[in-house]
Design a protein around this ligand. Structure first.
Ligand code: ATP
Length: 195
């Protein structure tokens, strides 16, 4: 199966673009959502996170998100340890998911496709971009967040130029109609590659 990575900075429009691919019949794996589900479901993750962060990591069998967010905030070492627990399990889950799909290709959406090296397992990569100011406006409208929080996340992500250099396709997500058109063109090209 051809695996196409879909990435982009926070608020660039990955999910919006992913939905357009879904409308064309392409299965999409949203890595962040699946990781969140697995953190509640997987016994191995639960055991290891409790070993790392203590019993408070879960309350009533549910991940204690605020507690964990606090633990890893500004603690790169703990963040790396947490990722080392979660990523292999998500990777296995993704592989099994891929085996079940029937389509010319599948999409894997991840905000940190480059940052965590997952791009190396993709056949093609699409990066979604939008001007920084527009991304900030969209995020302030969508989430209960602050400019400071958005900027802190942006600083931890690769900049667009670095991502674009390593990408096969770039979708500029400003006007939605134009985005949909770019999705269709990109889809056609990928389907051609797979034939
Ligand atoms: P995150 O990095 O937080 O996962 P994302 O890259 O998946 O975000 P989206 O959730 O798709 O981004 O988009 C962010 C917000 O901007 C959403 O509220 C979405 O509806 C809006 N949005 C995205 N693209 C457009 C567009 N072309 N026109 C208008 N609004 C848009």
């Amino acid at each position: 199966m051809i695996i196409v990575g879909l990435t982009g900075g926070i608020g660039s429009g990955k999910t919006t673009v992913a939905k357009q691919f879904m409308a064309l019949g392409i299965p999409v794996y949203i890595a962040d959502d699946e990781a969140k589900k697995l953190m509640n479901r997987s016994k191995i993750i639960k055991r290891k996170l409790i070993q790392l962060f203590g019993e408070q990591a879960y309350i009533n069998n549910k991940l204690n998100r605020p507690y964990l967010a606090d633990k890893i905030f500004n603690n790169t070492s703990d963040l790396e340890k947490m990722n080392a627990i979660i990523h292999p399990i998500v990777a296995t889950h993704f592989k099994k998911w891929v085996e079940k799909q029937k389509a010319p290709y599948v999409l894997k959406e991840s905000a940190i496709l480059f940052e965590n090296d997952a791009y190396k397992n993709c056949d093609y990569i699409i990066t979604v971009t939008a001007p920084k100011q527009l991304r900030i406006e969209r995020l302030l409208k969508r989430d209960e967040t602050s400019l400071e929080k958005i900027q802190a996340i942006m600083e931890n992500q690769w900049n667009d130029n670095k991502k674009i250099e390593k990408s096969d396709f770039v979708i500029i997500n400003k006007d939605l109609g134009e985005t949909i058109h770019q999705v269709q063109l990109t889809h056609n090209k990928i389907v051609n590659f797979t034939q």
